[in-house]
Design a protein around this ligand. Structure first.
Ligand code: DON
Length: 588
């Protein structure tokens, strides 16, 4: 069967159901699950990986993963599937999947070439440094996080168009059509999605007076199994299907978006939409215990931070210390606080601020950052600042991640977001999609924490058209020059440390992809000076020992939702979807 834009939904969904059954008929057991899931990750979840011989899609929503796998099954490559999954998530996973937001792609072609695409939102041209401060210079609560003023210029649609033009195989229309279909015919809500929409209902009513988006006709609370139909979004997606970039940044969709901005005093104009372009960037490369790490450069802080932490950890006997033990956790926390202190000072959009990449990644510089490290006690963050001599090295619940490997061996790792869950809570009237609240990722005032507690200064100050700093860390790892695994996660500032833990779990602790995902996580980010921890990540003995060293813990529900695709020694693929959400791996 050829998937064309005329493929009726029922055929697509039938074939999805069929293919899901096929995978279910041939279950391959996780070969490590009996001997090591318990011994290696005593405090982890118990979900098992999904295996495939040729291809794999792992995303936050079953329907999106199935749509991506169908595209691959019908001759599409990983880039085609990326477009289809991104648009499907905009419908089926509105909390973070989006056309009103942005993100980052890191990809590796079957021939080993690597690329990255920055589709981070940009500050509108009318934005200014102090736009979220009152006349006394204080941060106005909620201004950068809720409502029309919180949005940056969206990048998602331009990125999908550019990616497809350069690397896609199947017709554009065939890739957008599945999203049109599920928006038009409806998506059945999971428990989490129903709860998410119920939780946000008050804010939706407050910021969208008179609109009925994401509300049941009888206004009763959503329940799992209810069908969410999005007619306006279906029409918007049809315009994108038929006109590509112009279906979003020009014409009716653009008019609706600009009118929405005017209604609420937002900043985005037609000029901003015309000026927006996703940017191809050279991926960052580093190494860790003989593996190549290919990750996202600024304006994400994620890749730089990841490489800094891996460089410092490489000298440590993590394998010997074990997973989430007193020694390994203490060392990781102390490294994290120093790396996040550098981030607060030096990281921002490289097109506007001279990020001292060479110094930040220099091994000698990094070792110097650990000069006041003690294995015996925590260094309070008040005694830590950013590394002073970096310049001497010269100039040189919500986000979502998905990973795709196609039968030819192309790999895509993509992290995308509206920032907070359902973004700014503004739904563009008549167009049916959520706008981001990404402006909060700028440093709205030096030293004032954003919604993730991250601080910053000059490097990440607001300027027109500048892109706000991110933590998103889509990453691909090579072993012996070949693809080994793709990894990424949502989670705000915890993104980088979750990716770090996933990488260490696989490389140092020999875990399967699913074990690496299932293992409970922890996080430190310099300020606030606390270790955020998933309940049960540490045994009570380890936690007490770490407290005696001076660490303070704050238990939070879950940290991140890692999605990993791992190429195993026999060439098969393991897809690991995070049990912390409705995430699903589909492979064949
Ligand atoms: O770009 C960033 O780092 C943030 N806007 C990501 C937000 C996020 O991950 C929220 N989700 N859990």
């Amino acid at each position: 069967m050829n998937i064309s834009f005329r493929t009726p939904l029922c055929i697509l969904l039938l074939s999805i159901a069929f293919s899901t059954n096929l995978s279910a008929q041939q279950p391959e057991r996780n070969p490590f699950s009996q001997n090591s899931a318990v011994s290696q990750s005593p405090q982890g979840y118990t979900k098992e990986g999904v295996f495939g011989h040729k291809a794999m899609v792992v995303s936050a929503h079953p329907l999106a993963s199935q749509i991506g796998a169908e595209i691959l099954r019908h001759g599409g490559n990983a880039f085609d599937a990326t477009v289809a999954v991104q648009f499907a998530l905009a419908v089926a996973f509105p909390v973070a999947g989006n056309i009103g937001g942005g993100g980052f792609i890191v990809a590796r072609m079957a021939n080993g070439k690597t690329i990255s695409l920055d589709f981070r939102e940009a500050a509108p041209m009318n934005a200014s440094r102090d736009m979220y401060l009152d006349s006394a210079g204080n941060v106005v609560p909620r201004l950068s996080t809720f409502g029309h003023k919180a949005s940056g210029v969206p990048g998602t649609v331009d990125a999908m168009v550019q990616l497809h033009k350069k690397y896609g195989k199947l017709p554009w229309k065939a890739l957008v059509q599945p999203a049109v279909d599920i928006a038009r015919h409806g998506v059945f809500l999971t428990v989490r999605e129903a709860e998410g929409l119920n939780e946000v209902r008050e804010a939706l009513e407050l910021y969208n007076p008179g609109k009925a988006y994401f509300c049941k006709p009888d206004k009763s609370p959503w329940r799992a199994g209810d069908k969410l139909v999005q007619e306006d979004l279906a029409n918007t997606l049809e315009r994108i299907r038929d006109k590509g970039r112009n279906g979003f940044y020009r014409g009716k969709t653009a008019e609706l978006l600009v009118a929405e901005m005017k209604r609420g005093g937002g900043y985005i104009t037609q000029q901003d939409l015309d000026a927006y372009s996703a940017k191809w960037r050279t991926p960052l490369r580093g190494s860790y215990r003989g593996h190549n790490i290919i990750t996202m450069p600024p304006p994400s802080a994620g890749g730089v931070g990841l490489l800094q932490m891996l460089t410092l950890l490489e000298a440590q006997p993590l394998k010997e210390w074990g997973v989430n033990t007193e020694k390994s956790a203490h060392c990781m926390i102390e490294i994290e606080r120093r790396v996040y202190a550098d981030r607060a000072e030096y990281l921002g959009d490289p097109d506007f601020y001279n990020v001292p990449m060479k110094g930040l990644l220099d091994a000698q510089y990094l070792r110097s950052r650990m000069s006041n490290y003690s294995p015996e006690k925590a260094t309070p963050s008040t005694e830590i600042t950013y590394g002073k001599d970096v310049r001497s090295f010269g100039n040189t619940d919500q986000t979502t991640h998905f990973s795709i490997v196609d039968p030819a061996g192309n790999v895509v790792a993509l992290t995308t977001t509206l920032n907070g869950g359902y973004g700014s809570k503004i739904v563009v009237d008549g167009a049916g999609f959520f706008m981001n609240n990404e402006m909060d990722d700028f440093s709205v005032k030096p030293g004032a924490p954003n919604m993730f507690g991250a601080i910053g200064g000059e490097a990440n100050a607001i300027q027109p058209r500048k892109r706000m700093l991110s933590s998103m860390t889509p990453t691909i790892v090579e072993k012996n020059g070949n693809f080994s695994f793709a990894i990424g996660t949502p989670g705000g500032t915890t993104i980088t440390t979750s990716v770090l833990q996933g990488i260490i779990n696989i490389i140092d602790h020999n875990m399967t992809a699913q074990q690496a995902v299932n293992t409970k996580r922890f996080h430190h980010q310099y300020v606030p000076d606390i270790v955020r921890v998933e309940q049960g990540a540490f045994t009570s003995e380890v936690e007490s020992a770490l407290q005696r060293k001076g660490h303070t813990f704050r238990s939070i529900g879950t940290i991140g939702k890692l999605e990993i695709i791992l190429r195993r020694a026999d060439g098969s693929l393991e897809g690991a979807a995070d049990p912390r959400g409705d995430d699903m791996a589909v492979g064949f």
